[in-house]
Design a protein. Structure first.
Length: 281
């Protein structure tokens, strides 16, 4: 098997629901007809049910129950609804593949942990929290492509990782000749995610270059930090979980005080517990 075989498998994956593609394409647009998009969301009953369940979760703390997508848009705002719909659609796109040896519940717990951590850190990077959440949730999707499309080969990845006590990205390269970051970036392009999210998915295991003083940190740098922090906080509860290398320059660029750092850790853990109950399969 070659890396080209893996990328071909990405191109063979079905497209996301049309409304999700439209929502993702609108991330940088402000002049949207949210009423029309809400109407499109309601055409997908399963997506609507999941989105309303999330909108009514303690994560958002609504004072009264939200019964329709239109209500949810008016109360939560279009950006939050777009994030929820995307999350619901993506988490339902990959059924578990037991033969692969991948711990799917742990995978999704880490995805949610990274998403929440990215959302909490976003204001310190001067980035949109909803975009950050979406990118954090999607950053490891390449792993699902490898595990669901090539389950027997992915079993070799799991065995290699145990034998060599290494990060999954190292084991994937040994078995497939590529890794989940590259595969995930190809999937993000196939699903027409915004370029910023494609770049964040592709580069979350790389040490980002220092950002010029006084400028917002790139989304890719934020996801690099969120991924490492989610592992370091051990939110998934995996005994053999390893934290990947963290860019000291990127962490220092956040310029977090001790109080802010404590708040980030607390808020991440609190929001993770709320959202994990809603999003993990």
């Amino acid at each position: 098997m070659t890396a080209d075989d893996v990328i071909k498998a990405v191109r063979d994956l079905p497209s996301l629901p049309a409304v999700v593609s439209e929502l993702l394409a609108s991330i940088d647009q402000e002049d949207l007809d949210s009423h029309a998009l809400a109407n499109k969301i309601t055409l997908d009953q399963a997506l609507t049910a999941k989105t309303l369940r999330l909108a009514n979760s303690s994560f958002y703390g609504m004072p009264s129950k939200v019964n329709t997508i239109h209500q949810a848009v008016s109360v939560l705002g279009f950006h939050s609804i777009r994030t929820l719909v995307t999350a619901c659609a993506v988490t339902g796109s990959f059924p578990a593949a037991p033969a692969s040896g991948l711990d799917f519940p742990a995978f999704w717990r880490h995805a949610v942990a990274s998403a929440v951590c990215a959302r909490v850190l976003a204001p310190y990077c001067r980035l949109n929290p909803d975009t950050a959440f979406t990118a954090g949730l999607l950053h490891d999707l390449g792993t699902l492509v490898l595990a669901t499309r090539f389950p027997l080969q992915y079993r070799e990845v799991v065995d290699y990782q145990r034998q060599h006590d290494c990060l999954s990205v190292i084991a994937q390269r040994a078995v497939f000749g590529t890794d989940h970051a590259a595969v995930g970036s190809a999937l993000a392009a196939h699903w027409k995610f915004p370029v910023a999210i494609q770049t964040a998915v592709a580069g979350h295991h790389e040490l980002p270059p220092p950002a010029p003083p006084g400028t917002p940190l790139p989304l890719a740098t934020l996801i690099h930090l969120a991924n490492a922090l989610a592992h370091a906080l051990d939110l998934t509860g995996q005994e053999d979980d390893q934290a990947p290398p963290l860019s000291l320059d990127a962490w220092q660029a956040l310029d977090l005080s001790t109080v802010a750092c404590t708040r980030v850790f607390h808020d991440t853990e609190q929001l993770y517990n709320d959202m994990c109950q809603m999003l993990t399969p």
